[in-house]
Design a protein around this ligand. Structure first.
Ligand SMILES: [Zn+2]
Ligand SMILES: [Zn+2]
Length: 418
């Protein structure tokens, strides 16, 4: 069996892993580089070269750094994702259609095949891939157990333990995955050891306190992060505030509700607002009497300005529930729209991790170590999705299991096991 880390061994995002056994070949993720990357992105020809002889591509989840190049894959190559993740992607690209030509993306999405948690997919009788549901800052994220040539490996994708469904993580590893020969594991938080990792439930609690004090709250967050939206929605339920959404956000929440059976994830205190309705007298009377929290995206800045004008009897607050790099990172990381949006709320921002309104989508270092100890990878650990300078070598588990990583920042890290 040959494992090639085409990308991701020395960077966060742009993940591409290849697994080859006899005449069968699969890829796990085909991610685009993150916007702040200096590396040249793969062209359509590069993607065709890399994927045309693949028997399948499996995506761990719908974040662009894992799925971003999917529309460049030749039509003959089957691509797999979960049904719910496919629907969220469809929803996003259907909305983007208003701003450009996304027919290639939508065509490719139509052709996607589905996998389900705990149901193995067999590739030519040579490679067996079994997905397991994990907690991440996305709806429907999976890790993959891969069996080939009598060996077992686990590819974790992005995962964490501190989300709403994270409690099940160690149980899944212990009872469904078991000991493995090789572990391909993410290491995002290795480079952010100082960052406070708080539980989603604490974000909910902090939001409840805020909503008790202030009537109008906007929350800048990812429109597809089910846990974060759940935290805000639950806080609205507890304080009897309206959970305000635009049409796009509502359609994403409808997908979540369709697939999640648990009551926690049912968005039933939802009030949908259209741009034209911001100052409608009936709606205005209701919202200014009951108050609201509205999850927003940076692109909605004009709507937010209209809302601030219409609801000006009390100052509105902004929950900043995203990564801080978007407003105080490097020139390439900073998003000018986000900076402008923050400027609308001078001295009225509840700021991310610092104020307890954001938490990482990735496992903290303790969880990474514990996962390694449960899985006991006999042949070693292959770290991916981590910064070039952060390493598993500095952790205690490096004494217990071989860490397979190259000190040079080379692409195409190849590991052959027999
Ligand atoms: Zn990622
Ligand atoms: Zn992700």
């Amino acid at each position: 069996m040959k494992i090639t880390i085409h990308r991701g061994a020395h960077q966060i995002g742009g993940c591409i892993t290849e697994i080859k056994s006899d005449n069968a070949k699969i890829l796990i993720d085909l991610g685009a580089n993150l916007p702040d990357s200096n590396a040249k992105e793969l062209s359509e020809t590069d993607v065709a070269e890399l994927t045309q002889d693949a028997d399948a591509i499996f995506y761990t989840h719908y974040h662009g750094d894992h799925v971003g190049l999917f529309h460049l894959v030749p039509k003959t190559v089957p691509q797999y994702i979960s049904k719910g993740a496919q629907e969220v992607m469809m929803c996003k690209y259907n909305a983007l259609k208003a701003h450009g030509d996304y027919s290639k993306e939508l065509d490719a999405l139509e052709r996607f095949h589905h996998y389900e948690t705990k149901v193995p997919v067999d590739i030519k009788g040579k490679i067996r891939v079994t997905p397991y549901y994990v907690s991440h800052s996305a709806f429907e994220a999976y890790m993959f157990k891969i069996e080939a040539e009598g060996k077992t490996l686990l590819h974790t994708g992005d995962f964490r333990k501190h989300g709403y469904v994270g409690k099940g993580l160690f149980g899944t590893l212990q009872y469904f995955v078991g000991n493995v020969d090789l572990l391909i594991i993410e290491g995002t938080m290795l480079g952010r050891k100082g960052e406070k990792v708080i539980r989603e439930n604490d974000i909910k609690r902090n939001t409840v306190s805020l909503l008790k004090k202030h009537k109008y709250v906007f929350a800048l967050c990812s429109s597809t992060d089910i846990d974060r939206l759940t935290s805000f929605h639950q806080a609205c339920k507890e304080t009897n505030r309206n959970f305000l959404c635009d049409i796009y956000q509502k359609s994403v929440l409808d997908i979540f509700a369709k697939y999640m059976e648990v009551e926690l994830f049912k968005f039933n205190k939802l009030f949908t607002i259209h741009k034209l309705h911001t100052a409608n007298p009936k709606i205005k009377a209701k919202l200014s009497h009951e108050g609201f929290l509205m999850p927003v995206r940076a692109s909605q800045i004009e709507l937010i300005k209209d809302m601030l004008k219409a609801y000006d009897d009390e100052p509105a607050y902004l929950i900043y529930s995203l990564w801080q790099g978007y407003y105080k990172g490097t020139e390439k990381q900073v998003n000018p729209q986000i900076v402008e949006l923050r400027g609308l709320f001078p001295d009225r921002i509840l700021d991310g991790v610092y104020d307890g309104f954001h938490t990482s989508g990735h496992a903290d270092v303790k969880t990474l170590e514990e996962a390694c100890r449960i899985l006991r990878p006999r042949l070693g650990i292959i770290p991916i999705h981590k910064e070039a300078l952060s390493s598993y070598q500095s952790l205690d588990i490096a004494q217990e299991f071989p860490i397979i990583e190259s000190s040079e920042q080379i692409e195409n890290v190849e590991i052959v096991i027999s």
